[in-house]
Write a protein that binds this ligand. Structure first.
Ligand code: ADP
Ligand code: MG
Length: 270
């Protein structure tokens, strides 16, 4: 019993009462399970503020699960999620989320502008009237992703890259402090990738924190400051320069990364 008290006190000292206030997202012992086998097991992570962080790991590693559990979209078996030092539930308004494009129903009949305005509902309230200012803000967000001419288009009529830009615009309209994106560059054309990375770097320049699940190992060094490697368990975290190493990747991917890919990375990461 005495031991439990001592542990609790030490934990409180190390992390502060609500968690590390300087971290936009901190996970402590996060375990999530859809069935018997955990998708994430006892994961610890501390993402840095004002930085671009990549979450990297093989298919099925629990990357999307990590974002959804951080947002409270799926229940956790155990563990803590703190956002800027507060329990996630208390800081929900400070987080914007761009889900994996493949997970969205694009046949839903709605216009581009409405999708972006949905980003404002938490601030407007469900029955709040959409004011001229709100509409201007949504239009401005569309302009930032190069989609200003598409406001009245049905989302189902857009290309994959255009859909991704619209979802990014919705996240921008939320005026959040933490942006969580699930594979924002998957299946988009080169021009869209460029446009998205420009917007994300702009957010970082404004002091915002960006955390993205990222699948393309060849662009990690160019795009990100910090990496978190995961395969059900946390494998490594830290600055890209010191953490994104062939050895750490080999361990994270097991046998699933081709030797040629590792050799290429050894060249790009030095
Ligand atoms: P990643 O994004 O890294 O590819 P996910 O987080 O989507 O991985 O999935 C992690 C594991 O959990 C996988 O084994 C996946 O099959 C499983 N999983 C994900 N979502 C569900 C779900 N809704 N129901 C059951 N199993 C799921
Ligand atoms: Mg995923």
């Amino acid at each position: 019993m005495g031991e439990t008290l001592t542990l609790a006190a030490t934990d409180g000292q190390a992390t502060g009462r609500g968690g590390d206030p300087s971290s936009p997202l901190a996970l402590r012992g996060l375990t999530v399970s859809y069935g018997e086998k955990p998708a994430l097991f006892s994961v610890d992570a501390t993402f840095p503020a004002g930085a671009m962080s990549a979450i990297i790991g093989p298919n099925g590693a629990g990357k999307s699960t990590l974002l959804k559990a951080s947002l409270g979209l799926i229940a956790r078996v155990s563990g803590q999620v703190t956002v800027f030092g507060q329990p996630m539930e208390a800081a929900r308004d400070r987080i914007a989320y761009v889900p994996q494009r493949a997970s969205v129903d694009w046949d839903f009949p709605t216009t581009v502008l409405d999708v972006v305005l949905m980003g404002r509902y938490r601030k407007l309230g469900l029955f709040g009237r959409v004011s001229r200012a709100e509409r201007a803000l949504a239009t401005g967000a569309l302009a930032r992703v190069g989609m200003e001419g598409f406001a009245d288009r049905q989302i189902g009529q857009l290309s994959g890259g255009q859909q991704q830009r619209v979802f990014l615009a919705r996240a921008l309209a939320q005026e959040a402090d933490l942006y969580l994106l699930d594979e924002p560059f998957a299946g988009v054309d080169a021009a869209t990738e460029r446009a998205i990375i420009d917007v994300l770097k702009d957010l970082k320049a404004q002091g915002k924190s960006v955390i993205a699940v990222h699948h393309d190992l060849s662009t990690v060094t160019a795009y990100f400051d910090h990496v978190f490697l995961v395969n059900v368990r946390a494998m490594a975290e830290g600055p890209v320069a010191t953490t994104f190493t062939p050895a750490a990747l080999a361990e994270t991917y097991g046998g699933r990364l081709a030797a040629t890919q590792l050799a290429d990375l050894a060249l790009t990461t030095g």
